[in-house]
Design a protein around this ligand. Structure first.
Ligand code: PLP
Length: 412
């Protein structure tokens, strides 16, 4: 069967037929310089003129399979990946607002992060291509996601992580039965090692901004937002950014809809980074990429060299995206505001997107009647340590009413 898609290099535009497994553009990746963001990340391109005959509803009825690099729905995991809730929030801290605020809660994925969208597509592709072992390097979520998705599909996962990853994420990887390779080094070291090991042992590799299919999974969030907003576009989408793959996925999803003539304009995508890890935002439009060592409590967006820098920067420039940085303090505050107002407890990277929204709001950058979507990418239980500074657990009371009354004094 002829493949329904081809690859196109996001740097030089070279088109490559889909056939053998391929990762980066061979020509651009050969020009790769050390210490610089990867060159030659590939984009998946479909036959848009043919697909534009289908309506959005027809595409959706088929679970967007026409726009995915997978042939059959039964190749996907038997878990509910994506299809996450979009909640409308009408007030914050008791104050109603004159705009619309929606939270896309991707902490509701099977392994509690957005990364399941990518893992599901990579795993389905592997299944259709007779591959039984998939490797990945990860700061935690991509690894725990791949481990969980592979567990559901009877596939083997080999996960390379910096040994310093949060314990909950490492625990998930072990519980899902994956082979965990903690690396005494940072994410970049784990990344390179996982690629070398994949070549050496013949594994399929899911690394982000290396395997072109991850973006195809990530883009599904845009289809869902459009569907959940009753085939309307939001004005703004706030996205937390580390390597820049999620934001590229968000753009790719809306861009597919543009190319199909389903929508006519691109929403304003707001890239939010931690101020201690803003290498993507800081380098947009610069002649030469310069990396500053990253320090932030938001481990999932703590990145020295954003792996998908070139594609994310090109999207932000082309579609007039906005950028914003938030401090760790902003992130912690936003996390607490979000949890106590909505009942959604996110990990710091996800809270960063909400902090970005709150920052826009405080600077009167959220227009009246505008529709705003904040992408919540991961669950708070994945990283309990980082929020410990927000409170102290109360001391236990003696089991009698006098002690309870004393305890409650000033609290009720
Ligand atoms: C991976 C991740 C991000 C950032 O995605 P990038 O593609 O690296 O920009 C944000 N939030 C969470 C929870 C993540 O796991």
């Amino acid at each position: 069967m002829a493949s329904k898609f081809i690859y196109e290099c996001s740097d030089c535009g070279l088109q490559i037929p889909a056939g053998d497994i391929i990762y980066l553009c061979p020509e651009c990746s050969a020009r790769q310089l050390p210490g610089q963001p990867p060159l030659g990340v590939l984009k998946v391109i479909y036959d848009y003129p043919v697909l534009s005959k289908l309506s959005f509803r027809e595409l959706e009825e088929n679970k967007f399979l026409h726009l995915l690099p997978v042939n059959e729905l039964k190749s996907f995991p038997n878990l509910r990946v994506g299809q996450t809730p979009l909640y409308e929030i009408n007030s914050l801290d008791g104050a109603t607002h004159d705009f619309e605020l929606y939270l896309k809660d991707d902490s509701q994925n099977p392994t509690f992060s957005f990364k399941d969208r990518a893992s599901a597509v990579v795993s389905a592709f592997a299944k259709e291509n007779g591959i039984d072992t998939i490797a990945a390097a990860s700061t935690g979520n991509a690894g725990s996601s791949l481990a969980g998705i592979c567990a559901s599909q009877g596939q083997k996962a080999v996960i390379f992580v910096p040994a310093s990853a949060p314990k909950a994420k490492l625990t998930q990887i072990m519980m899902y039965g994956a082979l965990l390779v903690p690396v005494d080094g940072n994410y970049d070291k784990a990344f390179d090692l996982s690629i070398a090991a994949s070549k050496r042992f013949g594994w399929y590799n899911r690394n982000t901004a290396y395997n072109p299919l991850t973006i195809e999974g990530k883009k599904t969030v845009s289809f869902e937002i459009y569907s959940q907003m009753k085939e309307h576009l939001p004005d703004f989408v706030f996205v937390p950014v580390g390597d820049g793959v999620i934001i590229s996925g968000v753009y790719k999803g809306f861009e597919d809809l543009l190319l199909l003539g389903i929508i006519e304009k691109m929403p304003i995508i707001v890239a939010v980074q931690a101020s201690g890890s803003s290498n993507l935002i800081d380098n947009i439009g610069k002649e030469e990429f310069r990396s500053t060592p990253s320090h932030t409590i938001a481990d999932s967006i703590s990145v020295d060299i954003p792996r998908n820098f070139n594609m994310a920067a090109a999207y932000l420039i082309k579609y007039h995206g906005q950028t914003i940085t938030v401090t760790d303090d902003d992130i912690l505050k936003a996390s607490s505001i979000l949890a106590r107002n909505t009942g959604i407890f996110t990990e710091p990277a996800a809270a960063a997107a909400f902090a970005g929204f709150l920052d826009h709001k405080s600077r009167n950058l959220v227009p009246k009647a505008s529709t705003n979507v904040v992408l919540l990418t991961g669950c708070g239980l994945k990283d309990l340590n980082s929020v410990q500074s927000l409170f102290e657990l109360p001391q236990p009371v003696s089991p009698d009413m006098v002690s309870v009354e004393k305890f409650l004094t000033g609290k009720i």
